[in-house]
Write a protein that binds this ligand. Structure first.
Ligand code: NAD
Length: 498
């Protein structure tokens, strides 16, 4: 059985780990590796390596850092297929989807290549007579990233390229369910010329996470995962004085107006609900059909959902792979059952799907549930599987109120032909990322990504300008160079500009 090590100080190492967790191939259902689970001592080793590396990396010039970022960009670009294969074999998503995730991560690396421009400060000449004021930003130190299973390359890349470009060093604690891609990423950083110790990977579970949260050597924590854990991370890391951004779960709604192109909307709804088996924080899990759109949306979505090709992610003919674990499969199947018992109507039922040749795989087929109401479990829970609920309302105002009453606020979309309706929607919803006829409105790397309400704990979104701000802190310098013979008197009242 293959063992997946940590990556500390520029090499793969078992450190002192004694515990392990199984890593499965979700398509076959078979265990294919075991991953080490770090103890507090292992985490301390990684934080120690990052702390030591910070001394010189934080002093590296902007052009030295930009050179490494450009080289890393080439390394990742040349390894898209290898990274995608690692993702597919441990996560289950289809190869094209895995390659798309790497591409979106790569865009953050490209954004970080512009670090000399991004870190330019401000300068005010002659703020007072003979006095200039200027500002610049410095890195924080060793920072940590704790990431979920569903984007094992992209989500860590929301963090480490920006953190490292800003002059920080990084300890990544990826999901223990699909840990291999992070090891290849560590090698790619090394090949790009990043000094040892600047990027480290510790695998693990709660024990490793708690050690990072409590470590006095960690200056900031970026987290992406489910809402209960995000809330916990924010509270515990804040209690030890760290800067924290913790992105949580989601329940993303798409409104379909009666004036929308229903076929276009249904096509995009199905892809947004069932792509990656619904295991995306920006997946659409609730369609809100307004007025006369109702029956037409349900009919079109039902036909398209039933036609989705489900199977191994390695087969290019498939559009959707398995879910990540047996436990996830059982939880999703159970929730579909509650929809039925609580009075909703299944128009496509993905329970019991068996894929030829992959009988032990963790598959759940696309599922569409009509007549869902806000008190049902399928609506209240983040299912994180291939399940689309349809709710029906009479007006767009009702639809917006429904979205705003939901505790999550990650992403949302509207399908409409009316600019006026779209504008009312974009101004009215309390959600961080909004799509107009775009069902998965993931911001480009040069904007920042993040939700509102229970989808984010902390102030700053990831990557883009807010990412640079999160991983740096400002200094403002007020300076005067008096000439020696100049005999100005110091004043004893509070300094004001002259
Ligand atoms: P998760 O919360 O179970 O795990 C995320 C990370 O936290 C993992 O590294 C895991 O090892 C660690 N962790 C798990 N339990 C812990 C505990 N008790 N104490 C400390 N650490 C713990 O999430 P997941 O199942 O890996 O990922 C799916 C979730 O992530 C979904 O809720 C999804 O919406 C969310 N997500 C959100 C975004 C976003 O941008 N808001 C993006 C991707 C995923």
């Amino acid at each position: 059985m293959k063992t997946i090590d940590h990556w500390i100080g520029g090499k793969a190492t078992a450190a002192s780990s004694t515990r392990t967790a199984p890593v499965f191939n979700p398509a076959t259902g078979a265990q294919q590796a075991e991953v080490l689970l770090a103890s507090k001592a292992d985490v301390d080793l990684a934080v120690g390596a990052a702390t030591q590396a910070f001394e010189s990396w934080s002093q590296a010039s902007l052009s030295q850092r930009a050179k490494v970022l450009f080289a890393f960009r080439e390394q990742v670009f040349n390894q898209i297929d290898e990274l995608a294969a690692l993702i597919t074999d441990e996560h289950g998503k289809v190869l094209s989807d895995a390659a798309g995730e790497v591409q979106r991560g790569l865009e953050v690396v490209e954004f970080a290549c512009g670090i000399p421009q991004l870190l330019k400060g401000d300068y005010s000449d002659q703020a007072s007579t003979g006095v200039d004021v200027f500002s610049f930003r410095e890195p924080l130190g060793a920072v940590a990233g704790i990431t979920p299973f569903n984007f094992p390359v992209m989500v860590p890349m929301w963090m480490h390229p920006v953190a490292i470009a800003c002059g920080n060093t990084f300890v990544l604690k990826p999901s223990e369910r699909d840990p291999s891609a992070s090891m290849l990423v560590a090698e790619l950083w090394q090949r790009a010329g990043l000094p040892d110790g600047v990027f480290n990977v510790v695998h693990g579970d709660k024990e490793a996470v708690d050690a990072l949260l409590d470590s006095p050597g960690v200056a900031a924590v970026s987290f992406v995962g489910s809402t209960p854990i995000a809330r916990y991370i924010h509270e515990r890391a804040s209690a030890t004085g760290k800067r924290v951004q913790a992105l949580g779960g989601a329940k993303n709604h798409a409104i379909v107006m009666p004036d929308a192109d229903i076929d276009f909307a249904a096509e995009h709804l199905v892809a947004a609900a069932f792509g990656s088996a619904g295991e995306r924080c920006m997946a659409i899990s609730a369609a809100v059909a307004v007025g006369a759109a109702g029956d037409a949306v349900v009919d079109a979505v039902t036909a398209k959902a039933a036609a989705v090709k489900v199977g191994s992610g390695r087969d290019a003919a498939n559009e959707m792979g398995p879910v990540v674990t047996k436990a996830a499969q059982e939880r999703i199947v159970g929730l579909i059952g509650t929809g039925e018992t609580q009075g909703a109507r299944l128009t496509v039922d993905g329970r019991g799907l068996v894929v030829d040749g992959f009988e032990a795989g963790f598959f759940v087929g696309p599922t569409v549930i009509d007549d869902v109401t806000t008190d049902m479990d399928v609506y209240r829970e983040e299912i994180f599987g291939p399940v689309l609920s349809v709710l029906r309302v009479d007006t767009v105002e009702e639809a917006i109120a429904l979205i705003n009453a939901n505790p999550y606020g990650n992403g949302t979309a509207i399908f409409t032909a009316s600019g006026d309706t779209a504008r009312r929607f974009q101004r009215g919803v309390k959600v961080g990322m909004i799509g107009i006829n775009v069902p998965i409105p993931v911001p480009m790397a040069y904007y920042s990504f993040g939700g509102w309400k229970d989808s984010l704990f902390g102030d700053k979104h990831v990557h883009g300008p807010e990412g640079v701000s999160f991983y740096t802190r400002a200094k403002v310098v007020t300076s005067r160079w008096p000439e020696r013979h100049h005999t100005a008197e110091a004043s004893y009242h509070f300094p004001t500009a002259t």
